[in-house]
Each structure stands twice: as structure tokens, then as C-alpha cells.
Design a protein around this ligand. Structure first.
Ligand SMILES: Cc1cc2nc3c(=O)[nH]c(=O)nc-3n(C[C@H](O)[C@H](O)[C@H](O)COP(=O)(O)OP(=O)(O)OC[C@H]3O[C@@H](n4cnc5c(N)ncnc54)[C@H](O)[C@@H]3O)c2cc1C
Length: 378
């Protein structure tokens, strides 16, 4: 019998780990990984690039070093369509790569706003560095910066700006304004009040202006200098960062029946199979499963390990399900401050001491163990 063929699209943290694990577990499978760039990045560390805390080189690793040699790594321009019936992958350049597969795994992640718009990094670390350089130039020149959204990403970005521009913010030379829809506090009511209060106080102590109970309306296409609020405006805005949540980075596809939610994320069952195609899985940020966190990377891979084998053998009576475990959450607010909480069964959650969060996350943003994030040969 010919060896079963698995194709993974997207060489990010989830795709790399899945490809390495599948090839190690099932040496008889032919695993192909389609990558639109020759490197992988530590996503949680990206917002420290624009303030110069890390260089692009620091937070990336070449795929050639972290993907198992047995994985068939193909670098393509970009997948723009795929057809499982004909096993055809169509790339952006119009060139048609025919990649046969029995199982397809989508792992193409999310699209973020500037200054961490990974979709604008390009195909090499050099092009990524150019993007960051241009974002840093805009940030350094800007007098008034507005951040729309104070979820985890907005909070962490604001913390980086507060740390970097401490003196300019206190002298009034620079202004950072954050707009958030929740009343009176950062994040949302699913987090402990004590965690939200500390986060808010840290930002205020950094002289960052906070506006609550409002939604920012900014015309990104027109490169506007005005941010509209419900019945007022913020004028002379030099830079606007949209931190109101990512959208899916799904290749445009003519494959009918691949259902997505309002932000384009692929709907999956608990088995991580897409709704209408048992042999197409979606893992990592691209799916609509709860818990878009790198911490679930191995859980997704373990589900795949069992279910891919079941689909290939035709024995689908015992498929494994992805279960979102209640886990600690942590947010850095610059390299020296952080907040976090841990779940306690039956009691809700407890705040984690700040020094632990600083040690766990804020200082290095997981970059001290980057191979655990971007993938490694198992
Ligand atoms: C600021 C920030 C802080 C975070 N902090 C934490 C944290 O503390 N703890 C935690 O658990 N999680 C955290 N996360 C979330 C975590 O980083 C993500 O869940 C994880 O990185 C998603 O990995 P992924 O492989 O799904 O996507 P990505 O890492 O984005 O990888 C997707 C890959 O697919 C490629 N690709 C895209 N489109 C195509 C295409 N058409 N063809 C081929 N390839 C394509 C991309 O180039 C990329 O290589 C954080 C995220 C951010 C932004």
C-alpha cells in the first residue's frame, strides 16, 4: 500500500509541531509542510520588536533547523486555493503545485493589526526586519498614538510603549491613548477585578490615557488623522493601532462547505475536523475552537495524532476530542511588570504574584525557550 500522505499548510507554531510529531509517530506517513516563508517566529514576543527590545533575528528560527529532515518542506509563495478532490494546491504566483494528500491540515493562523501584522512580514527574516524598521520609524515620529482595544494584545502593546517612551509620556512630548469598550476597566469581566485594576493602574502610572465605554472608529484605508468616538473625536492622530482582535488568515478557497465564523475562522468539531470534510483538520489560531493560545499546541497535536490515523485507517469509532483545560493567563506590561491569574477548582481564580509573571513572561516573552514555541525536531 502506498504511504498515506498528510499535507500541513502553514509553518507556524502549530503547523511545525504537528508536522514534526506526525512524522515521528508515523514514519510510514509522507508528511508535507507548505510554508510561505523560510522561518518561524515567536508570536507572543512580536510587540517588543517595534520598540527595539528584540530584533527580528532574536525571535525567529530558520525552518531548516526546526523541521524534521523527514518532513517534505516545500516553500511556496502563498496558498490561495486548495482542492482536496484533485489534490491540487494553487499558489499566489499562479504556479500550480500538485501536492497529493489523504489528509489536509490547515494551520495558517491569524491576521493581526500593526505593528505585529505577521501577514506583512514577507518571506524572509530580512523582509520582516524591513517591515519592523518602517513601523518603528512611524512610531518614533508619532506624537499622538491611539490604541483601539485593551484586550490582552492591546494591554501588552500599551505596556511596551509605556516602558519605551516613559520620559516622553511624562513630559507630554508623546501621547498614548487607549480606547476600550468595557466600562471603567481593561480586559473584560471574565478576569479578576484585582487583575484588571492593577493593569489599569500600571498603564495610568505610565501616563497612558485611558478612555472606557467607547468604541474607536478609525478609517485605516484613508490613513485618517481622526479617531471617532460615540459623540466626540480625537484629532491629530499620527498612528492608530487596531487591537480589537485578529481575523482569520484562511487562504481564499473555492472549496464549498468549509464553514467559517464571522471573523473567518474555520468551524471545527471537538475532533478538530472541519464540519463537512472529515479529512480536513484545522489547528491553532485558524480554527474557531475556544482558547487561541500557544499553550494548547501540544493538545491540538495529540488530537491530530490519534484522529489522522483513525481517518486514514477508516476506523473512526474512537476519535479523540480537544478539551479546553482551565489554565493560568499572564499578560506582560512591558518587560518589568506583569499580571496574571490561575484557576482554582470550585473557587474561580486567584491572582498570581507579579514577580512570577515577570519571571514567567514579561522579561523574555518566552524567547528564552524559543524552540518550545516555534517548534523543534522531536
Ligand atoms: C501579543 C501576543 C501575545 C500572546 N501571548 C500568549 C501567551 O502568553 N500564551 C499563549 O498561550 N498564547 C499567547 N499568544 C497566542 C499564540 O501566540 C498563538 O495562539 C499562536 O502563536 C498561534 O500559532 P499558529 O501556528 O496557529 O499561527 P501562526 O504562528 O500565526 O502561524 C501561521 C503560519 O501560517 C503561515 N501562512 C499563513 N497563510 C498562509 C498561506 N496562505 N499559505 C501558506 N502558509 C501560510 C504563516 O506565514 C505562518 O507561518 C499570544 C499572541 C499574541 C499576538
Amino acid at each position: 500500500m502506498a504511504s498515506p500522505k498528510i499535507t500541513v499548510i502553514g509553518a507556524g507554531s502549530f503547523g511545525n509541531h504537528a508536522a514534526n510529531l506526525l512524522t515521528k509517530t508515523y514514519p510510514e506517513y509522507q508528511v508535507t509542510l507548505l510554508a510561505d516563508r523560510d522561518f518561524a517566529y515567536n508570536l507572543p514576543a512580536t510587540h517588543r520588536l517595534v520598540v527595539g527590545g528584540f530584533s527580528s533575528k532574536d525571535i525567529t528560527r530558520p525552518l531548516s533547523e526546526i523541521i524534521a529532515p523527514k518532513v517534505n518542506l516545500i516553500q511556496i509563495k502563498e496558498v490561495i486555493d486548495f482542492d482536496t478532490k484533485e489534490c491540487k494546491i494553487i499558489t499566489k504566483a499562479g504556479q500550480q503545485e500538485t501536492v497529493p494528500h489523504d489528509v489536509l491540515i490547515l494551520a495558517t493562523g491569524s491576521k493581526w493589526g500593526n505593528p505585529i501584522a505577521t501577514q506583512n512580514f514577507g518571506a524572509s527574516v530580512d523582509s520582516m526586519a524591513k517591515y519592523i524598521e518602517s513601523e518603528a520609524a512611524k512610531l518614533n515620529a508619532a506624537k499622538k498614538v491611539v490604541i483601539g482595544g485593551l484586550g490582552f494584545v492591546g494591554l501588552e502593546l500599551a505596556g511596551e510603549l509605556g516602558y519605551k517612551f516613559k520620559d516622553q509620556l511624562s513630559s507630554g512630548e508623546k501621547e498614548v491613548i487607549c480606547i476600550h469598550s468595557s466600562p471603567e476597566n481593561v480586559l473584560d469581566s471574565s478576569y479578576l477585578d484585582s487583575l484588571r485594576n492593577s493593569s489599569r493602574n500600571y498603564l495610568q502610572n505610565m501616563n497612558i490615557k485611558l478612555i472606557f465605554n467607547e468604541k474607536a472608529d478609525y478609517d485605516e484605508k484613508a490613513d485618517s488623522t481622526i479617531v471617532k468616538l460615540s459623540d466626540s473625536t480625537i484629532e491629530n492622530v499620527d498612528l492608530y493601532y487596531n487591537c480589537t482582535g485578529p481575523i482569520a488568515n484562511l487562504p481564499a478557497t473555492t472549496l464549498s462547505g468549509l464553514e467559517t465564523n464571522g471573523r473567518g475562522f474555520v468551524k471545527v468539531q471537538k475532533t478538530l475536523q472541519t464540519l463537512n470534510y472529515p479529512n480536513i483538520f484545522a489547528i491553532g489560531d485558524i480554527n474557531d475552537a475556544p482558547g487561541k493560545r500557544i499553550i494548547y499546541r501540544d493538545d491540538h497535536a495529540q488530537v491530530l495524532k490519534q484522529n489522522v490515523q483513525s481517518v486514514i485507517s477508516g476506523n473512526t469509532s474512537q476519535l479523540k476530542e480537544f478539551v479546553v483545560k482551565p489554565l493560568a493567563v499572564a499578560a506582560s506590561i512591558g518587560p518589568e511588570v506583569g499580571v496574571g491569574q490561575a484557576p482554582i477548582p470550585f473557587f474561580g481564580a486567584v491572582k498570581i504574584p507579579e514577580f512570577l509573571i515577570v519571571r514567567m513572561k514579561s522579561t523574555h516573552l518566552f524567547n528564552e525557550k524559543i524552540e518550545d514555541i516555534v517548534g523543534k525536531v522531536a
